[in-house]
Design a binder for this molecule. Structure first.
Ligand SMILES: [Zn+2]
Ligand SMILES: [Zn+2]
Length: 393
């Protein structure tokens, strides 16, 4: 008997929305997702999942073995909130002062958990293994990596990994997919320029790191017009330039912090090397020195074309093919990319925006919210893609 997925999800609609609101009221920061993890673990156990809690400190893994020689499918949801003061006024607003689900991870958890329950209900019609992973600390790019270090993919390695992220610039009722590289590798670069401090009236007696730093800021942008192919997406956003404490003194040091983003691993290595070389060279020109500290973030996120086609099909069943769009590439990052490096899979984007209802704030904004009609769409897409993969022939 075929699974009547649409009506199954419709029956769960109110419960799903209530769960998301409950999670939204109780946001927890990276590695402090204790209430969320306990709620997740308890529900998974009640549905017959073998549950491992405390993975990567606050992460939860649930495994449901349907038997047979089938595949292992991993569903991933990130659980953490952000250190943001939510704009007040919503009945389901944050009750945890200074923390907010401003990236939609409350929706990710609610949907993944609801989907796990739905799949458990239909376990007799599935085979293989379902591994649901509730990951901590995505926002500080730490949780996925730590789960892998603790052996997430060593025992019961998944054949496929699925997950999704809320996407406010896409309208609720739509789903975005993109095969291949979808999101960027994001690394933090910190440049320290050292000179010799001096009186503002005698700059020739010092070496000005502020001037050197200003030239470095400009020179680094020439990477993209002269050293990297114009057909290769890459960027370096310099968000901090700090130097000096008084208007009439040549400072001894300047600091430049930037975010290095790209898709191709070779471009990633090239940028790291050239940013350092340009900073060192320009600093030397002005009798200063520059040193670079590199903070490796998550790699570029690769969507496997086969898995993406399956998600596209499942989403088409949920919202109609015309509402499933190729969302293209974005230079944002997510540590889901580590999981997708280990096993093929797909991260899809869930339209949650609704400008007519004033739901259009960007991710990480204190006004961020979702159109909750998107929640059943995500559950139906995720469950549909899972059933297509784990369903009996
Ligand atoms: Zn985020
Ligand atoms: Zn996020």
């Amino acid at each position: 008997m075929a699974i009547a997925l649409h009506s199954d999800v419709e029956e769960l609609r109110e419960e799903l929305i209530a769960l998301r609101r409950d999670l939204h009221r109780h946001p927890e920061l990276a590695f402090a997702e204790r209430r969320t993890a306990a709620l997740v673990a308890e529900r998974l156990r009640s549905w017959g999942f073998a549950v491992q809690a405390g993975v990567a400190r606050t992460g939860v893994i649930g495994v449901l073995d349907m038997g047979g020689p089938g595949k292992t499918l991993m569903l991933r949801a990130d659980m953490d909130a952000l250190p943001i003061h939510e704009t007040p006024g919503r009945p389901y607003g944050s009750t945890n002062q200074g923390a907010m689900h401003a990236c939609g991870h409350d929706a990710h958890v609610a949907v993944a958990l609801t989907t796990a329950g739905l799949l458990a209900k239909h376990r007799s019609q599935l085979r293989g293994r379902l591994k649901v992973v509730f990951q901590p600390a995505e926002e500080i790019v730490a949780g996925a990596k730590l789960m892998l270090e603790e052996g997430l993919m060593d025992t019961l390695p998944p054949d496929r990994v699925l997950g999704f992220h809320c996407w406010p610039t896409l309208a609720a009722g739509k789903v975005g997919v993109h095969p291949g590289y979808m999101w960027a590798a994001v690394d933090q670069v910190k440049l320290l320029v050292r000179g010799v401090g001096a009186h503002g009236g005698t700059p020739h007696l010092g070496a000005d790191p502020l001037l050197a730093g200003a030239h470095i800021v400009v020179a680094l942008q020439s990477l993209f017009s002269r050293e990297i192919s114009t057909f290769q997406p890459a960027l370096f956003t310099q968000g901090i330039f700090r130097a000096g404490s008084l208007y009439n003194i040549i400072p001894a040091e300047a600091e430049i912090w930037g975010s290095c983003r790209n898709f191709d691993p070779q471009v990633r290595d090239f940028m790291h090397r050239r940013i350092r070389e340009i900073a060192e060279g320009v600093a030397a020109t002005f009798r200063c020195t520059a040193t670079m500290e590199l903070g490796h973030g998550s790699p570029a996120l690769w969507n496997d074309p086969d898995a993406t086609a399956d998600v596209q099909e499942a989403a088409s069943q949920a919202v109609g093919a015309g509402n499933v769009v190729d969302i293209g590439q974005s230079a944002v990052g997510d540590d889901m990319a580590y999981f997708l490096q280990k096993a093929p899979g797909c991260y899809f984007l869930l339209g949650v925006g609704n400008p007519q209802q004033g739901i259009d704030a960007s991710l990480h904004s204190p006004q961020f919210d979702i159109d909750e009609s998107a929640l059943p769409v995500a559950a139906e897409t995720l469950a549909g893609a899972a059933i297509a993969y784990l369903g009996q022939p």
